[in-house]
Design a protein around this ligand. Structure first.
Ligand code: UDP
Length: 361
């Protein structure tokens, strides 16, 4: 019995690493779609996380910045995945999260009659502007096994009457932190600040929109705090396109970095006072027992509502004044709960045990 694991972006690699690393090479295949084609955002993570080299790596056509980009990319992935699935004949396909890779692998598996296992099922932002929301809803409704990180995610799936079986497992992002957190002792980073706030921003609704991006950047420049800001390639492109790059680069309280590796981001999360981010994964990782940091979420809605409810995350929005106010408040006082909304690091084990019990895994 063979399992195919399909992944294409940085967060999928990180969150699937605890599963891939516990599978036997003989009865599994790993497919990398190359949705994140930059090594700094993909293959370096596969190496650092001790994962085996993918059995198949695709080379997708470079995006043309046109309205049909996403559809073209998904169709290209489907074409290649169909060939891989027909030659390898997997008995199940595992995907994680909400990317175009997940949607493409899901549709291909569905049409090839291969059962789909969705890791991180049931997340919703109820924000239809987000392409991730389209992908999540679609994959959840065609999956046979749905691994929901929390009870709330399970309830969402039950209310939507998905047809697959639902299991609550915690999030594998926490497993990855717990398995790798010791490696931060090996990290050396020369930072000009001893006290700083970590910033990551990359969501389309924030960075593709000129006025949102200006508002966010002005809040950092206008704040009295110091910031360390590893820049996602998409954000870098937009900063340059909107003429904001030099402004932020020349500001003395912001250290811009290229995207950093997994151990470096864990190091920065551990060392910082708090985090400003629109990342889903970082909101989860910040709750893990070895990190425990507050995240000011630069979004109007969140698909990680458990972190907001329990007090790890605060939804701040994108208005300059609101962000500056939230930074000031959290500089003065941070209180965190002693709960683990996304589990304590055994989600991958639970997922594998469930597959063993319910299938010929
Ligand atoms: N991350 C990283 N280096 C960085 C920024 C983020 O390794 O410079 C990690 C982060 O810890 C998390 C994942 O990348 O595990 C999140 O990816 P991203 O924010 O791009 O996507 P999202 O989670 O929002 O889907």
């Amino acid at each position: 019995m063979k399992t195919a694991i399909v992944m294409g972006t940085r967060p999928e690699i990180i969150k699937l690493s605890p599963i891939v690393n516990s599978l036997n090479k003989k009865n599994s295949i790993v497919v990398f779609t190359g949705q994140h084609f930059d090594n700094q955002m993909s293959l370096n993570f596969i190496r650092d996380l001790g994962m085996r080299k993918p059995d198949y790596t695709m080379k997708l056509t470079k995006l043309q910045n046109s309205t049909s980009d996403r559809a073209t990319q998904i169709s290209e992935m489907i074409g290649s995945l169909a060939k891989i699935f027909s030659s390898t004949e997997p008995d199940r396909v595992i995907v994680q999260g909400d990317t175009n890779t997940v949607l493409a692998a899901g549709i291909t598996a569905l049409k090839c009659n291969i059962p789909i296992c969705h890791v991180e099922a049931g997340l919703r932002s109820y924000d239809w502007r987000m392409p991730e929301e389209h992908n999540r809803i679609a994959i959840d409704h065609i999956s046979n096994f749905l691994f929901a990180p929390t009870k709330l995610n399970k309830t969402t799936l039950e209310n939507e009457q998905v047809h697959g079986k639902i299991f609550v497992t915690g999030n594998t992002s926490i497993d990855a932190v717990e398995q790798n957190v010791k490696k931060i002792n090996l990290v050396t980073m020369n930072l000009p600040f001893s006290d700083f706030v970590l910033v990551t921003i990359h969501r389309g609704e924030n960075v593709d929109n000129r006025s949102s991006l200006i508002s966010i950047i002005n809040s950092l420049i206008g704040s009295k705090m110091d910031f360390v800001f590893p820049i996602h390639p998409r954000t870098l492109n937009r900063l340059k396109q909107f003429g904001l790059y030099n402004k932020i680069k020349n500001s003395k309280n912001i250290l811009l970095l290229p995207p950093v590796g997994y151990f470096e981001i864990l190091y920065l999360m551990k060392k910082c006072q708090f985090i400003i981010s629109d990342s889903g994964g970082i909101q989860e990782e910040a709750t893990s027992p070895h990190i425990r940091k507050k995240v000011l979420v630069i979004r109007k809605s969140s698909d990680r509502i458990e972190a907001v409810k329990e007090g790890y995350s605060e939804l701040v929005g994108t208005d300059t004044g609101d962000i500056i106010k939230a930074i000031k408040k959290n500089h003065d006082l941070i209180r965190l709960p002693h709960t683990n909304p996304y589990g304590s690091g055994n989600a991958a084990k639970k997922i594998i045990n469930i597959l063993r019990k319910n299938t010929n895994f």
